[in-house]
Design a protein around this ligand. Structure first.
Ligand code: PMP
Length: 354
């Protein structure tokens, strides 16, 4: 979706890595995360400062092969090998559909998926995944289990100005971000965790050591260059009269959401969540949330929205994977222009036919 922006930037994000460079497993052995590239860490701190979406002071940065690896590292780090039973892992429905399988795929003795955080009432410690704004429905979230023994993982993959108004810098114990959604570079496989507790950061690092002995230096160096270009674009916006990455991506999302709402409102078949505007400290004005996914509901007597849409050549992910009703489906708003236009055309054709 953001390819055009990066094409227009030309060589600003090109890197050349000679064969003799970055050959070792190690980056900085004095750092808890000994495979973290200093240049990447510097650009992470700078970008959060420029955007104002996270406190980085007093945090250890742990880099991961995408935030996916960091979710697993965090589950490992927050659970205890001495516990007499696996710690429960919960998230409020509708939750990111990968969480249940990530928690249970290896049948770990350390942690276990325990479903919807809102109905969770088991005594004792638990891990809650808080996704804000949420995948799939786009709403802002806080922890839902109202108890003190919770260990929280804040998955803030979408806490960037093109998707949601930035209200204040996030300031949690363990927060995850990823380039996949911030800059669009999902294939780079780079995510980062901001971790308050030193022991948790150490355990996360250990998990990644056992899993992949670190994270590709090539990718970290490329990510550093891309994050630098984003921060530069924000800082130079006024002086060079160029559009910042976030202004560009916000406008693109706004255009897509406008088109989508128009086609959904043209008939009675579908509904979308309604969001209230809020003040965004990054843009300095009230902005509308415009999530990375549409959480579409089939109204009336269509019970299985996924099958209904598949019958009209639109492939979606059913609400049932997110702990919700099959009357809902999730569709990405971040595909290429071509695919998005086709999607809008097909939704319009369904509205006209039904
Ligand atoms: N968390 C959430 C909420 C996501 O939506 C995604 C990607 N769909 C991820 C984590 C994983 O992203 P990645 O591994 O590409 O960083």
């Amino acid at each position: 979706m953001y390819e055009r922006f990066w094409r227009l930037r030309g060589d600003k994000t090109t890197i050349i890595i000679p064969g003799w460079q970055s050959m070792s497993y190690l980056s900085d052995t004095s750092n808890i995360c000994w495979f973290l590239e200093a240049e990447f860490a510097k650009e992470v701190v700078r970008l959060h400062k420029v955007v104002g979406n996270a406190v980085t002071e007093g945090r250890h940065i742990v880099v991961g092969t995408g935030s996916s690896q960091l979710i697993l590292a965090a589950l490992y780090a927050l659970s205890s090998p001495d516990a007499h039973e696996p710690i429960s892992v919960v998230s409020a429905a509708p939750y990111y559909s990968s969480y249940p399988s990530m928690a249970d795929y290896q049948k770990s003795g350390l942690y276990k998926w325990a479903g919807d955080a809102e109905s969770f009432d088991k005594e004792g410690p638990y891990i809650e995944l808080v996704t804000s704004p949420n995948n799939p429905d786009g709403f802002r979230r806080r922890s839902m289990v109202n108890r003190s023994q919770g260990l929280l993982i804040h998955d803030l993959a979408y806490y960037w100005p093109q998707y949601t108004p930035i209200s204040s810098p996030s300031d949690h114990d363990l927060t995850l971000f990823t380039v996949s959604k911030s800059t669009g570079h999902a294939g780079m496989r780079i995510g980062w965790a901001l971790v308050k507790d030193k022991e948790v950061a150490k355990k996360m690092t250990k998990f990644i050591e056992l899993n992949t002995i670190g994270v590709s230096k090539d990718s970290q160096l490329r990510a550093a260059k891309v994050l630098k270009a984003v921060s530069d674009s924000c800082e130079q916006e006024n002086s060079k009269n160029e559009e910042s990455f976030f202004k560009y991506s916000y406008k693109l999302m706004a255009q897509r959401w406008k088109q989508l709402r128009e086609v959904v409102e043209a008939g009675e078949l579908f509904t979308l969540p309604q969001f209230s505007p809020a003040f965004c400290t990054f843009f300095g004005q009230e902005m509308d949330p415009q999530p990375a996914f549409m959480w579409l509901k089939c109204e009336g007597d269509i019970e299985d929205c996924e099958s209904f849409l598949r019958g009209h050549k639109v492939l979606t992910r059913s609400g049932k994977h997110f702990g919700a009703s099959p009357k809902y489906v999730r569709i990405s708003m971040l595909d290429t222009d071509e695919t998005f236009i086709q999607l809008i055309d097909r939704l319009l054709a369904i509205q006209e036919r039904e």
